[in-house]
Design a protein around this ligand. Structure first.
Ligand SMILES: [Zn+2]
Length: 270
């Protein structure tokens, strides 16, 4: 009990710090800037951020009060929100998977999903420099299970990763191809398709199908509400990445239980 509280607390604090870094990544990747250098500065007056102004959440609330200490221009609420959100999600992963190898991988996966969601919301892009290394890492983890020691700490085997990629990527690939043939326009972004290959390689076929199901369902409902509110037409672009990412995170956390209860209920119904 004490041990698990300790893990959850560490994951939360680690998440706050990583969240602060994710804000840097979210700002710099779409602008093709290095994520390591130079140190962070105010986008308006270019004043360097002092270390005590860089403490997750606390600096924003107590020291800066939402404004740059140099020029006073407002700092986006995105910064503390991403920090807090990352802390909470990391803590939940620590609570769910404890002190295990899975926790490490899923924390990294959570960070990637957060970055992709915010970048997609802001730019309608899912950058290859984030998705493709993720896909490669997922494939390497699957290869690792060929060794008994690897199989002991990671459950998505090579065949599961392969069928996961097929189940996650191919439906969207077909859909995009069909849409292009019918309308001559690109409907689905290539980024969404690559993201689904990545999720499939990491989580396997069952959870990637669950991701597709939850993501499309919530995305369709939320998308039509957003279109109504924004008075958009069918050419308005709705980012699909945040829905797929959220659905992938839920599948990662509780997919086994959801799939098991679905099978149980369909057994009862049949
Ligand atoms: Zn400033």
């Amino acid at each position: 009990m004490m041990w698990s509280i300790y893990i959850i607390g560490c994951c939360f604090l680690f998440g706050l710090v990583i969240g602060s870094f994710l804000n840097v990544v979210i700002y710099r990747i779409p602008r093709d800037l290095s994520i390591i250098r130079p140190p962070s500065s105010c986008p308006t007056c270019h004043r360097l951020i002092k270390p005590w102004e860089n403490i997750p959440i606390l600096s924003y609330v107590f020291i800066l009060r939402g404004h740059c200490a140099g020029c006073g221009s407002p700092i986006s609420l995105q910064y503390p929100v991403v920090e807090a959100f990352t802390g909470i999600l990391f803590a939940l992963v620590g609570w769910r998977f404890g002190g295990s190898f899975q926790t490490l991988v899923f924390i990294a996966f959570t960070a990637i999903l957060i970055v992709l969601s915010v970048i997609d919301l802001q730019t309608r892009l899912l950058p290859d420099v984030i998705v493709l290394p993720g896909l490669l890492t997922a494939c390497l983890l699957a290869v690792m299970t060929l060794h008994p020691k690897g199989a002991a700490c990671w459950s998505t085997t090579v065949s599961k990763a392969f069928f996961g990629m097929a189940a996650g990527g191919l439906p969207l690939l077909l859909l995009a191809w069909g849409y292009l043939k019918l309308t001559g326009r690109e409907g689905m972004g290539g980024g969404d398709i690559k993201l689904m290959f990545f999720i499939g390689a990491l989580l396997g076929p069952g959870k990637v199908l669950l991701t597709l199901f939850i993501g499309s369902l919530v995305g369709a409902v939320a998308g039509s509400i957003a279109l109504k509110l924004a008075h958009g037409d069918r050419h308005t672009q709705i980012p699909f990445g945040p829905f797929l990412s959220g659905a992938a995170w839920i599948s990662m956390m509780w997919g086994d239980g959801i799939i098991r209860s679905y099978l149980m209920f369909s057994d009862l119904a049949g």
